[in-house]
Design a protein. Structure first.
Length: 185
């Protein structure tokens, strides 16, 4: 236990994530209260999740981990994927917009998003499995959850898809990179 004044974090809830938050609240609430010993409150009027350390909080970094966990959920990650942030130390979220890579509009933008997702999500799943990351496509924003090195692998694959590489070529490159990763460990 530590004796400093309580720390406080507020995470805004976007309008489109409010319903999933209500549905998954118990899964979000329990690890924060039971394992990190934080005080958690959903402020319905202000539409935000409020976190505060309590006198039982033992780790000073737990409030930041909790804030990152809730932010990951707000970005669109599954609760089970986001909960990994609480358990594993070296997980990060990298977010970027498709227009940061290349200025695309109209049908060109739609085709780029389609190349990233693939038919029935196959390309996205291939990127996730090869790089050991989780990817969320939210309109024109892309969010990647994983370790620093794995995020770079996934980001390089996604950028090449945005720039127009065919998914088959990107899959082949991912297979090469993942086989090199397996040889290292």
């Amino acid at each position: 236990m530590y004796k400093s004044s309580p720390q406080f974090r507020e995470i805004p809830v976007p309008r489109h994530r409010f319903s999933p938050l209500l549905k998954e609240w118990k899964k979000i609430y329990e690890p924060l209260v039971k394992h990190l010993n934080l005080q958690v409150r959903m402020n319905l009027k202000a539409k935000r999740v409020e976190l505060r350390t309590s006198k039982y909080t033992t780790d000073l970094g737990s409030i930041q981990k909790a804030a990152d966990f809730v932010k990951a959920f707000m970005l669109g990650f599954n609760v089970d994927d986001a909960i990994a942030i609480l358990r594993v130390d070296d997980l990060y979220i990298d977010s970027f917009d498709i227009k940061d890579v290349k200025t695309l509009e109209g049908d060109h933008l739609s085709r780029a998003i389609g190349r990233i997702a693939g038919k029935n999500g196959k390309v996205k799943f291939a990127i996730e499995n090869a790089s050991k990351t989780r990817v969320v496509l939210a309109d024109t924003s892309i969010h990647i959850l994983g370790s620093f090195q794995n995020i770079k692998i996934a980001r390089d694959a996604i950028v090449s898809l945005i720039l127009g590489s065919p998914p088959g070529k990107v899959n082949a490159n991912l297979a090469i990179v993942s086989s090199r990763m397996k040889q290292r460990f």
